[in-house]
Design a protein around this ligand. Structure first.
Ligand SMILES: N[C@@H](CCC(=O)N[C@@H](CS)C(=O)NCC(=O)O)C(=O)O
Length: 328
């Protein structure tokens, strides 16, 4: 039986995106609560330094970033699917928009409105984490941005209301999927933090859609400790990485070499490991931890900077002629 350990905290919006996917797929999962800010001594040994929330663990395999987590859930538990209506590309496009543009405005609105309410340690951590984005996470600067952010957010909410205005139950049709999970989590975050600041009465279709998604729930959640998750990793071996690297020749030529992977938006702490697999969706890094043994850390290709870690390898790779490179 597949045992899922999910490293998260309850207030994390990106975690909420996955928790609803657990509900949709009616899965049982072990909830491992991690701190809201670094250091994360029970997470970083597993991932090799990736500290963002959430991370999904299945034995000695670690899935970083919700895009990688949801793709793995879809692979292992295909029914019901995350792309029930319309082309998958449309679901992914909406996901991208929601995870970055909509989420950034929701975050700017919450911190701009009530930045003083959060602990100092959180501000200090997020200033480093976001590396200059979000007004350097300075409460005054974020407040100064509030009028612009409010107007941007209002327009996005109105667009969503219009999209749902033809009585469709979910964003892309009759059943919930990726687009709904992704668009809901920034709105859930707004509702959790500033319920009275959203003009819900003007957006009945959005309210009904949120209610429909709320009823999906989170599947079967079982509490677990970080020590149990670490033990599960130590007692397991990573799954073999699939041989298929179709469409990812530029990355799969580095298989067996040391690579460095870092998120290209925020929380860019790099992870190094030996590239064990690459396809168009993800890269898999083999790592060894002195306490935990052999691990495999998976990242999406989208949204991550992936490069050779060894300078000599990197210089050689970029100076070699590219005549044989496949077309895009
Ligand atoms: N693109 C990432 C974004 C993850 C993200 O930004 N998560 C936030 C929490 S919702 C985070 O890591 N905050 C800092 C932390 O938890 O240490 C994903 O889809 O997983």
């Amino acid at each position: 039986m597949t045992v899922i350990h999910f490293h998260h905290y309850d207030r994390s919006p990106f975690s909420e995106k996955v928790r609803v996917a657990f509900g949709l797929k009616r899965l049982r999962w072990h909830s491992v609560i991690q701190p809201r800010w670094a250091p994360k001594p029970d997470l970083e040994p597993l991932t090799g330094g990736y500290r963002r929330t959430p991370v999904m663990q299945i034995g000695a395999d670690l899935y970083c970033d919700t895009r990688c987590i949801l793709a793995e859930l879809e692979r292992r538990f295909p029914e019901p699917g995350l792309y029930p209506d319309g082309p998958a590309g449309l679901g992914d496009a909406l996901e991208s928009w929601a995870d970055r543009a909509l989420f950034a405005d929701a975050l700017g609105f919450v911190f701009g409105t009530q930045g003083d309410r959060f602990p100092e340690a959180l501000h200090a951590d997020r200033a480093r984490f976001t590396a200059g984005r979000f007004s350097g996470w300075d409460p005054d600067a974020m407040r100064a941005q509030l009028p612009t952010v409010a107007v941007r957010l209002r327009r996005k909410l109105d667009r969503l209301e219009a999209l749902l205005g033809d009585d469709r139950p979910y964003l892309l049709g009759c059943d919930p999927g990726m687009a709904d999970l992704a668009v809901r989590h920034p709105l859930w975050y707004l509702r959790e933090n500033l319920p009275e600041r959203i003009d819900w009465a003007r957006r009945p279709a959005l309210v009904a859609w949120m209610k429909r998604l709320d009823t999906i729930g989170h599947g079967e959640r079982v509490e677990a400790t970080p020590a149990q998750a670490l033990l599960a990793a130590r007692n397991a071996m990573p799954i073999a990485v699939g041989a298929s690297s179709r469409g990812a020749a530029e990355l799969s030529q580095w298989i067996g070499k040391r690579v460095r992977v870092a998120a290209d938006d925020w929380g860019g702490d790099p992870v190094e490991g030996m590239l064990a697999g690459a396809d168009t969706g993800r890269v898999s890094l083999a790592r060894r931890d002195a306490q935990l043994g052999q691990l495999m850390v998976h990242f999406p290709v989208d949204g991550f900077d992936i490069r050779l870690a060894d300078r000599t390898d990197a210089v050689r790779a970029t100076s070699e002629p590219g005549a044989g490179d496949p077309a895009i």
